[in-house]
Write a protein of this length. Structure first.
Length: 287
């Protein structure tokens, strides 16, 4: 059956697939558009299966803030190459998924994949995009942040493969000074990779394991047993200074910690602002 250029263009507009893929699908379907769409979807699923074991260490992180700055969402989508990560098709797909997260607020990725977008599930839409682009693509991670008594602050690092979102409490409304302060702290999170806000957030089993390692190392180094506990405590404080945001040295001023920076702001402005939580997504870490 002869397939016209107009038919190929129509299928391309419907699916976003490449011109040659659309022509082949229409030829295989004898001009039936519904069958052609199904063929293209199956092709996407086939490509996804073939590339399942490939590494996907590139991608984008996208964010969105709404509800007068009191709600935010952050999403990481992975792919195989930076060429694809910078393509309009890939970036638009990530933004489309982010908008769906904002609208439907799924609890996890499994639930997200069952939601519908453009008349198909996100899982099916993902296969369509994989079939069109020809690379492994994964929706790697997302988080929704709500700050009823505060604000949400986001930061996307140059290149868009690293992003941060943090929840700031006890803020009635955003102003330029507060935004600058917490944008700086978001950049601190991006650069210094803290795991927790404060030491009280560190699980007791993590602390116990670290302390055990420090004591064992000290003993192997020949340190007297009676001072091993003191040595371990000292090293533990250094550990907290590395993994806890508030105890990290502020990258823009080595004379103070992030916690001291916030304390100074509160003292100068008569406020009680604090950080409740943060998310740091880097596509190279997500997969």
């Amino acid at each position: 059956m002869a397939i016209s250029a107009a038919d190929v263009k129509k299928l391309r507009d419907m699916t976003g697939a490449g011109m040659m893929d659309c022509k082949k699908a229409l030829q295989e379907a004898d001009g039936d558009f519904d069958k052609a769409v199904e063929i293209l979807r199956k092709k996407g699923a086939s490509v996804a299966a073939k590339r399942a074991e490939r590494a996907a260490n590139e991608g984008v992180v996208v964010t969105k803030i709404w509800n007068n700055g009191k709600s935010g969402a952050i999403l990481a989508v992975n792919c195989e190459t930076d060429f694809v990560a910078n393509s309009d098709d890939f970036v638009n797909f990530a933004k489309q998924i982010l908008d769906l997260i904002v609208e439907k607020q799924p609890a996890n990725i499994d639930e997200l994949l069952t939601l519908e977008i453009d008349g198909v599930t996100v899982s099916e839409k993902l296969n369509e995009v994989i079939g069109k682009i020809g690379e492994k693509i994964e929706i790697s991670n997302f988080a929704i942040v709500n700050a009823e008594s505060g604000v949400v602050v986001d930061y996307i690092h140059h290149g868009a493969n690293l992003g941060v979102m943090l929840k700031v409490c006890n803020v009635s409304e955003m102003n330029d000074e507060i935004e600058k302060l917490f944008k700086d702290i978001a950049m601190q999170i991006a650069a210094m990779k803290p795991l927790y806000v404060k030491r009280d957030d560190v699980p007791t089993d993590v602390i116990a394991k670290e302390k055990e390692i420090y004591k064992e190392v000290a003993l192997k180094e020949g340190k007297p047993e009676q001072i091993v506990d003191r040595i371990a405590e000292g090293k533990l404080n250094k550990f907290f200074g590395e993994v806890c945001l508030l105890e990290q040295t502020f990258v823009k001023d080595n004379n103070k910690t992030v916690g001291q920076l916030i304390e100074e702001y509160n003292k100068a402005n008569g406020t009680n602002i604090s950080i409740a939580e943060f998310y740091r997504f880097h596509v190279a870490d997500e997969k």
